[in-house]
Design a protein around this ligand. Structure first.
Ligand SMILES: C[S@@+](CC[C@H](N)C(=O)[O-])C[C@H]1O[C@@H](n2cnc3c(N)ncnc32)[C@H](O)[C@@H]1O
Length: 214
């Protein structure tokens, strides 16, 4: 059955397109949103905190916006890094249509809006940025992060914004316990009741030379 949650695959509310003006990559831009996607009337406060507290995206490689909605994070990455490939991933098909439309309207040709299962398994990411879907519940959220964070390249970071009232501190503890080996987790910023959590994947330590005795 279709539902009206913003994270459903086919939102039931009739698609009524809206034009809104939002600050993206240093200036106000007009984008298209619609009912049935997350925060259709404005840039979400948590997303604004994420965008204000993350470094510029790497200039090339694959970058992931996990849970893209109508696309504020993916569009910002594409504007920052025109030579990178931006993967805008969501389970909501309407959101994916909106990201494609917004990218085209902004003249961006480096945004791949895809369902999670349509991102090839061998793609690795130089950066992951996400305002993740907390309301799907802990188990599903943890499953989502366990699926995507290990796809970071070595010496690369995931940046997640989470509302303090919605469990940012327990999510930080879970991330630290789950990504114990080869990663480090810390709180990179706080603001407006949100935390930005950073998960860094370290490089593989050089292997010691093997002594050949004989
Ligand atoms: C908090 S919203 C953020 C949307 C957008 N990035 C923004 O900042 O406005 C989280 C998004 O995650 C999506 N989502 C839910 N479950 C998902 C899953 N398993 N894989 C990918 N995206 C998912 C929802 O549809 C929703 O668009």
């Amino acid at each position: 059955m279709a539902s009206d949650h913003y994270f459903s695959a086919s939102p039931a509310s009739a698609e009524k397109l809206r034009r809104i003006r939002v600050p993206l990559h240093g200036r106000e831009r007009e984008v298209t949103t619609a009912g049935g996607v997350f925060s259709p009337d404005r840039l979400d406060a948590g997303t604004a905190v994420l965008l204000a507290n993350t470094p510029p995206a790497p200039p090339g490689g694959n970058l992931l916006d996990l849970g893209c909605g109508w696309g504020p994070v993916a569009l910002t990455l594409a504007l920052q890094s025109p030579h990178a490939t931006i993967w805008a991933v969501d389970v909501n098909e309407r959101a994916l249509d909106l990201v494609r439309r917004n990218a085209a309207e902004l003249g961006l040709d480096n945004v791949n809006a895809r369902l999670p299962e349509d991102v090839p398994d061998d793609v690795r990411f130089r950066s992951i940025r996400s305002n993740p879907p907390i309301r799907v519940g802990k188990n599903e959220l943890h499953g989502l992060l366990e699926r995507w964070i290990p796809r970071l390249d070595e010496r690369s970071d995931a940046w997640l914004v989470v509302q303090r009232n919605l469990g940012s501190d327990s999510l930080q503890r879970w991330l630290a316990a789950t990504f114990e080996k080869g990663f480090s987790v810390h709180r990179a910023a706080t603001g407006r009741g949100y935390r930005v959590l950073k998960v860094r994947r370290h490089g593989t330590p050089p292997t010691a030379p093997v002594d050949i005795v004989g």
